[in-house]
Design a protein around this ligand. Structure first.
Ligand SMILES: Nc1nc2c(ncn2[C@@H]2O[C@H](COP(=O)(O)OP(=O)(O)OP(=O)(O)O)[C@@H](O)[C@H]2O)c(=O)[nH]1
Length: 452
């Protein structure tokens, strides 16, 4: 269906999200067990005719997820993309529209966007950047020490790798002109920094084109490196778009153990609920009790009901049932957590493929978004992780986490050059707000150690 889109901004309640976070921080996990539990109506038939999963339960958070965003809250993290006024959905799609997919009511703030007719509810939303807290909001009380901005954390996280890189580059060019030997040494250094052969050659080619036979300073090399890295990353720095004509839009989150899947789900759910979407979470990591508990805590913090089952239950069966629960509840988005698995464990990867297969029985295009989390402290192994998860689970977007730590990060450049998968977000901390849209220029500068 060829539909042009216009963008419409919605305000959201970050302040509200902070309040929720405070309430929940005081809560202990045990209280989670007291959450209202709605037993499954009947055990769902196992779609794959394999092990029958115990009936999952939906734990409703205590918080009302449809609360109005508070006035004076910072502006949108969600852009709704509605069909263009001059091309209404009704004309573009002659068949009767089943359920429209309204975004629950945050305040539209984009003056440029003409109001969409009632029949043209947003079909896509873009999950983008949270803007800074407005000036007139009171200063947060009792904040012990000033939290670094996400960009400062990113730079700090990548500081060690970028300064190692600078030292190596400095070592090559001290009192030497740019010639074939220095170019080869530079290429080796860039490859060791995980940037990959393709990008390393881009840098050396660009440098050689303008400086061959001349003296070169480390700053010049860093500037060219930053510019070339940015060129590789710009095509993959895309905002996450959710197609809400699928209700629920299913997001499956996959990756190696400990790469930040559950935490990223929590942060993403916070963005979506704050933007007015109805989100349901599914605890598809049925291996670890702690993972199920952790997801329940994120459910409470973000006002999202959580579908979970017994430890050891069949994860594909749970995903299948969770889709039904989300459908019944009218959720806009269902986010499914999965157990961490090493990409070389065939049996576990088969289980992931089964989750994908089973979801497609409900909706041929589900899961619509398959996000893979990558730990920024990982080196070359991450290339292989993406290769295999992409083949088996159909990964169509990446999130790089832990960029606030002692990150390497260079591998994301290699992955982008090779796989060209969109990179939607970066994780820069463990907090609910520490998920930032991926910005190619900022990342390139931080890796190259170019002053901002
Ligand atoms: N510093 C930092 N820590 C993070 C970030 N994202 C996740 N973590 C931490 O990394 C650890 C693992 O995160 P999880 O979300 O449990 O990872 P997971 O992939 O769900 O783990 P498994 O279920 O064991 O596979 C936790 O301690 C998180 O708080 C991040 O962006 N920055």
């Amino acid at each position: 269906m060829a539909i042009g889109f216009i963008k419409k901004m919605f305000s959201f309640g970050k302040k509200e999200a902070e309040l929720v976070e405070e309430q929940v921080d005081d809560r202990v996990v045990a209280e989670d067990a007291e959450a209202v539990e709605e037993p499954a109506a009947a055990p769902a038939p196992d779609p794959t005719e394999e092990d029958v999963a115990p009936a999952p339960v939906v734990s409703e958070p205590e918080q009302n997820i449809e609360e109005e965003p508070q006035a004076g809250a910072p502006e949108a993290i969600i852009e709704a993309i509605a069909p263009q006024a001059e091309e209404p959905v009704a004309e573009a799609a002659p068949e009767p529209q089943p359920e429209p997919t309204p975004l629950p009511a945050p305040t539209p703030v984009a003056p440029a966007a003409p109001p969409a007719p009632a029949a043209t509810k947003p079909l896509k939303v873009q999950v983008s950047k949270a803007v800074a807290v407005k000036q007139d909001l009171p200063e947060p009380v009792a904040e012990p020490e000033k939290k670094l901005s996400w960009y400062e954390r990113l730079r700090q996280g990548l500081a060690r790798s970028s300064s190692n890189l600078s030292d190596s580059i400095g070592g090559i060019f001290t009192k030497r002109k740019l010639d074939d030997d220095t170019l080869q040494e530079l290429e080796d250094v860039l490859i060791q920094a995980d940037l990959g052969l393709e990008t390393a050659m881009r840098v050396t080619d660009a440098l050689s084109a303008s400086r061959y036979g001349k003296d070169v300073s480390t700053d010049e090399v860093r500037a060219i490196m930053g510019a070339e890295i940015e060129k590789v990353l710009t095509p993959v720095a895309k905002p996450l778009e959710l197609d809400l004509s699928h209700k629920p839009h299913v997001i499956l989150v996959v990756g190696v153990n400990g790469t930040g899947k559950t935490t990223t789900i929590g942060k993403l759910a916070a963005k979506l609920t704050a933007g007015g979407l109805k989100v349901m979470l599914a605890a598809g990591d049925t291996f670890r009790a702690a993972a199920i508990e952790q997801l329940h805590i994120w459910g409470e913090r973000t006002g999202s009901p959580v579908v979970s089952s017994k430890l050891g239950a069949d994860a594909a069966g749970l995903a299948y049932d969770a889709w039904e629960k989300a459908k019944e509840a009218g959720s806009d988005v269902l986010i499914i957590d999965t157990a961490g698995r090493l990409q070389n464990k065939a049996e576990l990867m088969d289980e992931l493929a089964k989750i994908v297969r089973v979801l497609s029985k409900h909706d041929a295009e589900a899961p619509h978004t398959v996000l893979q989390t990558l730990d920024a402290t990982t080196g070359q192994n991450a290339l292989n992780q993406v290769e295999i998860f992409k083949n088996i689970a159909g990964v169509n977007g990446l999130v790089m986490t832990k960029l606030d730590g002692s990150a390497r990060g260079g591998i994301l450049v290699s992955i982008s050059a090779k796989h060209k998968l969109p990179v939607y977000f970066i994780g820069v901390g463990e907090g609910i707000d520490d998920l930032e849209p991926f910005a190619a220029k900022d990342f390139a500068k931080a890796i190259a150690g170019v002053a901002s």
